[in-house]
Design a protein around this ligand. Structure first.
Ligand code: FPP
Length: 231
């Protein structure tokens, strides 16, 4: 992408979201944490359905970080089971709606049955025109190390050669990174890709985040001027 001229953000191609606040959503309602994650999946489903209307080419969601293994075993199990259910129930809809699934992160390190389900889903959706990228067992620092090591093994280590080996190499450049729940940090998500991305931190807890919130975020993005280091 050109780094010389300020550019108006007419339309975002690629939005990424740190989906945060499931636990607090559940706690505020006196519900177990798993209910927050379940409602979180419903928010994911509604958002994926809206991607085409929003004109997005790619939506990337941070579903499970490499640090999330530190959570209590029961919660990790809940999240993995939700993942299994989600792939199973929503795969036909992805195929019908031309959604291509892409996974970033060290997903081969997940349980073998999930890896098999993901491989099947990747194959079945490979012809889709819009991409849902899901970060699973993902850490940006680890991704950069992996990419740099591959670049070094093949020759020169440059910005281009590292970028070409990132898990996102086939995705459009990241335009907008959103984090929900009022926390203002990146938590090891898309650190390389965010170099020139716009950021938006909203107070809404993830289970309450709707396509309307995304529409507003895109409107906000459209009014920004991107400089890419220029003036
Ligand atoms: C953060 O909430 C959310 C997560 C760690 C997981 C996000 C997962 C989902 C939305 C469900 C699974 C997704 C898919 C695609 C099937 P938190 O638990 O950290 O909330 P808290 O900070 O309020 O405790």
């Amino acid at each position: 992408m050109s780094g010389d001229q300020p550019q108006d953000c007419a339309a975002a191609r690629h939005v990424a979201i740190i989906m945060d606040g499931n636990g607090r959503w559940a706690k505020a309602k006196g519900l177990p944490r798993v209910m927050g994650h379940r409602r979180g999946v419903e928010a994911v489903r509604a958002l994926v359905r809206s991607v085409e209307d929003m004109g997005l080419e790619c939506l990337t969601l941070y579903a499970f970080s490499s640090e999330n293994w530190k959570r209590p075993e029961g919660e990790v199990d809940d999240l993995m089971n939700l993942m299994r259910k989600f792939i199973k129930s929503d795969l036909p809809e992805f195929i019908a709606n031309d959604v291509r699934l892409h996974i970033i992160g060290d997903w081969q390190g997940l349980a073998p049955d999930i890896v098999a389900m993901l491989e099947n889903a990747l194959e079945k959706t490979s012809g889709g025109s819009r991409t849902l990228a899901v970060a699973l067992n993902y850490g940006a620092q680890q991704e950069i190390v992996r990419a740099a090591a591959k670049a070094a093994a093949q020759g020169e280590v440059t910005e281009e050669s590292i970028a070409a080996h990132l898990d996102t190499a086939q995705l459009p450049p990241l335009d907008l990174l959103i984090r929900t729940s009022g926390e203002v940090r990146l938590s090891n998500f898309l650190l390389w890709q965010s170099a020139y991305a716009e950021m938006l931190f909203v107070d809404t807890l993830w289970p309450d985040f709707t396509p309307e919130h995304l529409r507003q975020a895109l409107e906000d993005f459209g009014g920004r001027e991107r400089r890419y280091g220029g003036r």
